[in-house]
Design a protein around this ligand. Structure first.
Ligand code: FES
Length: 247
């Protein structure tokens, strides 16, 4: 059994008005992940240590945090590579801290509600299921993988600067519905993402793509929506003839 040293950034309003760092040594076994190490600290050393988790299998997205400057899901982060030196554990950046490693996701879900993230189906005269072409399914597949963990928000300089920016996960989800051939709200979705708090607020630095634990590419979705908006505008002003494409 080895000893892992974690330095955890803590915050408990009733104990201290500021965040502080606290070091814990935790016994780890082969194959353990960071979430299990935190649970062991909570069980054996400090029952007040607070963090979110649910599925323990990289599905619910609730255990996102910062480890040695890298944004990760604790439940899929093996502790082996962290052995040998002190690992710094911090809450997800760009969100207000509620307690220890728990951050406030209210603004994330406020933004999420703005795009109405559910299918608004086109009316159909058929009583059969709507079949989807393989290429359409392939286009939306990467975006369906999003687990709303907020890691992309934590890495996004645009969201860090401007909390009203819709943010990578939300824009990726908007694209997921925009490209769904069953969805009827094309113009409405584009309207909701058009603006400096939407697709035009992105710095296109691809940080969200780099950090996503599910390999969702939000920047690609943002760029595609920008082109779509431009095409519609050019058509509106008759600068693009029917069938002509700019990209
Ligand atoms: S506990 Fe669900 S993603 Fe980690």
């Amino acid at each position: 059994m080895s000893l892992l040293r974690l330095k955890i950034k803590r915050f408990q309003k009733e104990r201290h008005p500021q965040q502080w760092l606290e070091t814990f040594d935790v016994k780890i076994q082969k194959g353990m992940n960071l979430l299990e190490a935190l649970l062991r600290i909570q069980d054996e050393q400090d029952g007040t240590l607070s963090f979110r988790y649910s599925c323990r299998g990289a599905v619910c997205g609730s255990c996102a945090m910062k480890v040695n400057g890298v944004l990760v899901l604790a439940c899929r982060t093996p502790v082996g590579p962290l052995l040998g030196e002190t690992a710094l554990i911090e809450p997800l950046p760009h969100f207000p801290v509620i307690r220890d490693l728990i951050v406030d996701f209210s603004s994330f879900f406020e933004h999420y509600r703005k795009i109405k993230p559910y299918l608004h189906e086109k009316p159909s005269s058929s009583d059969r299921e709507t079949l989807m072409r393989e290429e359409d399914r392939k286009e939306i597949d990467p975006y369906i993988q999003c687990i709303l963990c907020g890691i992309c928000f934590g890495a996004c300089p645009s969201y860090g600067r401007e909390a009203q920016f819709l943010g990578p996960a939300i824009l990726a989800k908007a694209y997921r519905f925009l490209r769904d051939p069953r969805e009827r709200r094309e113009k409405e979705i584009l309207k909701s993402v058009n603006g400096h708090r939407g697709v035009w607020g992105c710095n296109t630095v691809f940080e969200c793509v780099r950090v996503c634990p599910k390999k969702v590419p939000p920047t690609h979705a943002i760029i595609k929506m920008r082109w779509k908006i431009l095409r519609l505008k050019l058509r509106f002003f008759n600068l693009l003839s029917k069938g002509e494409e700019i990209m």
